[in-house]
Write a protein that binds this ligand. Structure first.
Ligand code: PDD
Length: 289
């Protein structure tokens, strides 16, 4: 039985019901979080809850739960689940309306939902061999820093990758790298890690932060700045990061091998280091260090 949380109650997922008048359902008027859990320990929980607060502020929705209440919802879902490694999903929408109206209703109770699923991280083969990606123009709105549930554009963009037999779609807006359809993207050039700067064009990834922290801790030089499309196409290495994919090498973009020389089309040496640092860091978190 998969337990979920809905508006103050824990109940089997199959029994959870929301109104079809919910603004999340009709308008995508809500925000969410995805939190990886390793050996029943939520990874970077405080950072995810802080981002949830920023997303709620951005859509002008009061946080329905205090921090302590969020921690306890997550804790209870994690304890009740069968699997030690999980992906906890939290969502808050502006709630059900009496009549369909774009403007915010005066009286409304937000819908608060929480769910945990088994965490599916990349396979050993994907880590070893890397994944392919396609590129596309980023046609999303200009508030991509908000982790909004209105993900139609992201779904269309990810589907483009899937239909090309690829794992992700790398997005460019006005010739500048933004992010992936559901991940952040990094470039390695001449031994330097390049990361797009955080702004309204991309989600400020929790994994992105970990990658930059690990680079700093291990003396890997990093630059956070605008990255031009030509730089992505001439990259020595390309990586993607997300809570569920962790760090993964992109070894082919639009059918062309990433990198040059012996590691062209294969995960590069800096990816291997970063992947190792990430796994070590996770293990320390799991041990509660
Ligand atoms: N997505 N950018 C986008 C558009 C994303 O959807 C995600 C993650 C990221 C990476 O953020 P983080 O490192 O905090 O997971 C960047 C989640 C996993 C999802 O929607 O399922």
């Amino acid at each position: 039985m998969n337990l979920c949380y809905l508006n103050g109650q824990f109940l089997p997922l199959a029994e959870a019901r929301i109104s079809p008048m919910d603004r999340g359902f009709l308008f995508g008027d809500g925000v969410y979080e995805v939190i990886p859990v390793y050996s029943r320990r939520p990874f970077r929980l405080e950072e995810h809850l802080a981002r949830l607060q920023r997303s709620l502020d951005a859509i002008r929705l009061a946080n329905p739960l205090a921090l302590e209440a969020w921690r306890s919802v997550v804790g209870r879902l994690v304890e009740a689940a069968e699997w030690p490694d999980q992906s906890v999903y939290l969502q808050v929408t502006r709630g059900p309306m009496a009549v369909r109206n774009h403007a915010f209703p005066a009286q409304i109770a937000p819908t608060v939902f929480g769910l945990t699923e088994p965490l599916v991280t990349p396979s050993a083969e994907q880590v070893e061999r890397g994944v392919s990606a396609v590129s596309a123009a980023d046609f999303r709105w200009l508030r991509c820093h908000v982790k909004a549930t209105s993900l139609l554009a992201n779904c269309l963009l990810r589907q483009q990758a899937v239909e090309a037999g690829c794992a992700e779609t790398v997005l460019f807006r006005d010739g500048i790298l933004t992010e992936g359809a559901a991940s952040n993207i990094f470039v390695v050039k001449d031994g330097v890690l390049l990361a797009p700067q955080k702004n309204h064009r991309m989600l400020s990834g929790i994994t992105y932060d970990v990658v930059l922290e690990l680079a700093a801790a291990h003396g890997l030089p990093a630059e956070v700045r605008d990255i031009f499309e030509e730089e992505v196409r001439a990259a020595d290495e390309l990586w993607l990061s997300s809570s569920t994919k962790e760090v993964l090498a992109i070894v082919e973009l639009d059918g062309r091998k990433v990198g040059a020389g012996p590691t062209a089309g294969r995960p590069g040496p800096l990816f291997k280091k970063m992947h190792g640092w990430y796994q070590d860091f996770k293990r320390r978190v799991m041990r509660g260090e």
